[in-house]
Design a protein around this ligand. Structure first.
Ligand code: COA
Length: 258
């Protein structure tokens, strides 16, 4: 499939979806959202892909929605933009494989929202995160208010969305928004190595962990633990458990199901 505003590549078990409007710091347009959604469908149906990386071309991950397009929006158009955007961001997070946002430069507005919808965020030193929509007269609309509050807590989410201030990578890590910060010059290589390490693990166990944490945070503890027990049982339907445990006992690397 040919794309214009993204670059989609598959290298072994790792797929990379890179936003590709570098001259506009990858500001996202409705066309780009449609292309990302198509690529996400491609990932969902290709069983050889075990990890998805999101990156940006040029000097940013993504500096938000292309605000120029907002000048054309009326209230109904704005609601349509938000709900279509939210649907695709939800679908991205619901992929059965690990999805990592690899953020360098800026992840602002929609860029920060898309990154937060991934399973976790790796940041290059110096990367900046923020929800600056308030400075333009509107609120975040791709789930940013909701995911930020869940990730860093209500008070800080309000402070960030109300002031529009940027967080530096290290501060974002301290607050739990970013999982790890890597040096800028080795950033993509570090992300790819982390993706390859994930790709070598059991596919079923990876999905179990991801689903149980995602579903569990929205339910009470007892229900969350029940979901965890069901996921644990599911892992035992595959030969991966025997392989993982035997490999440990035999002091060798495990070879999980393809
Ligand atoms: N929408 C549309 N265009 C954008 C954009 C956005 N969200 N973010 C950046 N661009 C464009 C700029 O207009 C500029 O285009 P031009 O060269 O045709 O003038 C180009 O990308 C480069 O951006 P510029 O502002 O010149 O780079 P900078 O290094 O001086 O500043 C930022 C970088 C990220 C601080 C600044 O671009 C910015 O604040 N962007 C908007 C962030 C935002 O409010 N996002 C939320 C939107 S909902």
């Amino acid at each position: 499939m040919a794309y214009n505003s993204i670059i989609f590549t598959i290298d072994g078990p790792v797929a990379t979806l890179s936003f590709n409007r570098p001259e506009k710091l990858n500001a996202v347009t409705p066309e780009m959202i449609s292309e990302i959604a198509l690529a996400v469908d491609e990932v969902r149906t290709n069983k050889n892909i075990r990890v998805l990386l999101l990156t940006g071309q040029g000097r940013a991950f993504m500096a938000g929605a292309d605000v120029k397009r907002f000048l054309e929006l009326d209230p109904l158009g704005a609601r349509g933009f938000a709900s279509r955007g939210q649907d695709f961001v939800l679908k991205l997070g619901e992929l059965p494989i690990p999805v990592i946002a690899c953020v360098h430069g800026y992840a602002l507005g929609g860029g920060c929202e898309i990154a937060m919808a991934c399973d976790f965020i790796y940041a290059a030193a110096g990367a900046k995160f923020g929800q600056p929509e308030i400075n333009l007269g509107f609120n975040p609309c791709l789930g940013g208010t909701q995911r930020l509050a869940r990730l860093v807590g209500k008070s800080l989410a309000k402070e960030l969305c109300l002031t529009g201030r940027f967080l530096e990578a290290e501060e974002a890590k301290t607050l739990g928004l970013v999982a790890q910060v890597f040096p800028e010059d080795t950033f993509l290589e570090d992300c790819r190595n982390a993706a390859l390490a994930l790709a070598a693990k059991s596919r079923v166990a990876l999905e179990a962990v991801k689903r149980v944490i995602d579903w569990g945070v929205d339910v009470d503890l007892k229900t969350g633990c029940a979901l965890e027990a069901e996921a644990f049982a599911l892992c035992f339907t595959t030969p991966d458990v025997k392989e993982g445990v035997n490999a440990f006992l035999e002091k060798r690397k495990p070879h999980f199901q393809p």
